[in-house]
Design a protein around this ligand. Structure first.
Ligand SMILES: [Zn+2]
Ligand SMILES: [Zn+2]
Length: 351
């Protein structure tokens, strides 16, 4: 089967690989029916994920159909349509039991798929610890509706949850990329008084305006003044920093009112400065990433009820044979791309 592979720093390429087989009794084999591209794939390509293993198939955002299960897999069965979680977690350790699955202490835990083991930019994928890593897709919901459940939407849902948003709050979201918009969708569920999105790209501001007309929009340059004018207590009550570029961390705490919660979802390339003397007396609470992707069941139910819809984010579709072009468009942010769906365009070869 064709697999899009991390060759070495700076290089992904298609390679021919055998269909994966069950290794552990907790594994499942999933036939990938749709997958997406995440900016973390590009972090691997650019060499900023040291634990990424050269030779692995990339891709960690996918949905599919369960093909085969190990003896200890009880949560799903062959034939089930499933979402695949970006995180591999055991469900039994101290952190898993407390919902902090990102910190699972299992040696196979954490971001493994498409990083340390073969991922989903291919036809079949082996999912370890499948009882935790797979969630059944409700019958009335399409693959495309659930494509982002296991990663960016899980991140947005988690970010909104830990930010403790109330209906009295003015919420500032910095960044309207795919994760920023997923965060916005989940913040909207909390019905805060006001939502302000700060985004540098005019194209993306237009996207937000078009799809979510109630959201207030600003630019990084105007953000501080704009938030002051549009909040009741001298700044945002909740700030969710999802951009992760130069100066957005500073912008996040500067736009927060005293005693606000600042949730840092972004993954930075560089260390950030926490100028405590400057923020003394502001009494901020900081919460930092990465995602605990253990709410997928709830997210799937919200999609089924029509309360979350990420389909407008999927702007481009490609077959596996054109995966290189799909990555080129996503990496260079060409043609208004937000999210790419890699679809199946021809019959699946059987091995
Ligand atoms: Zn990702
Ligand atoms: Zn665990």
């Amino acid at each position: 089967m064709l697999a899009y592979t991390y060759i070495e720093k700076g290089k992904f390429a298609s390679a021919e690989k055998p269909k994966p087989e069950l290794i552990e009794p907790t594994d499942a084999i999933v036939r990938v029916t749709m997958s997406s591209i995440c900016s973390s794939d590009l972090h691997i390509k650019h060499g900023s994920v040291p634990r990424a293993v050269p030779g692995i198939t990339v891709g960690h955002e996918m949905v599919g159909v369960v093909e085969e299960i190990g003896a200890e897999v009880t949560h799903v069965k062959p034939g089930d349509r499933v979402t695949v979680n970006v995180e591999t977690f055991c469900g039994e350790c101290f952190f898993c039991k407390n919902g902090c699955v990102n910190n699972c202490t299992n040696p196979n835990g954490g971001w493994a798929l498409g990083c340390r083991i073969d991922g989903g930019q291919t036809e079949y994928v082996r999912v370890p610890l499948a009882n935790q890593g797979l969630n059944r897709i409700p019958d009335s919901v399409t693959d495309e509706q659930t494509l982002l459940v296991g990663d960016v939407l899980a991140t947005g849902f988690w970010a909104a949850r830990i930010s403790e948003i109330t209906e009295d709050d003015a919420v500032l979201i910095i960044g309207a990329g795919p994760t920023g918009i997923c965060t916005l969708l989940c913040v909207m569920l909390k019905k805060p008084k006001r939502i302000i999105v700060c985004e540098n790209s005019e194209e993306r501001r237009r996207f937000v305006q078009e799809h979510y007309p109630d959201v207030l929009l600003t630019t990084p340059e105007e953000c501080k003044d704009f938030v002051l004018q549009n909040s009741d207590h001298g700044g945002a009550d909740r700030v969710l920093e999802v951009a992760g570029v130069e100066d957005t961390f500073r912008l996040a705490w500067e736009c927060a009112r005293p005693n606000a919660i600042v949730t840092v979802v972004a993954l930075y390339d560089q260390p950030q400065v926490l100028p405590l003397p400057d923020m003394y007396g502001k009494n901020l609470t900081f919460k930092t990433g990465g995602v605990d992707g253990c709410d997928c069941e709830e997210v799937l139910s919200l999609i089924e009820q029509g309360k979350i819809d990420t389909t407008p984010l999927i702007t481009h579709r490609f077959p596996l044979s054109e995966i290189e072009e799909a990555y080129r468009i996503f990496e260079n942010k060409l043609d208004g791309v937000i999210k790419v769906a890699r679809i199946i365009s021809c019959s699946i070869p059987v091995f």
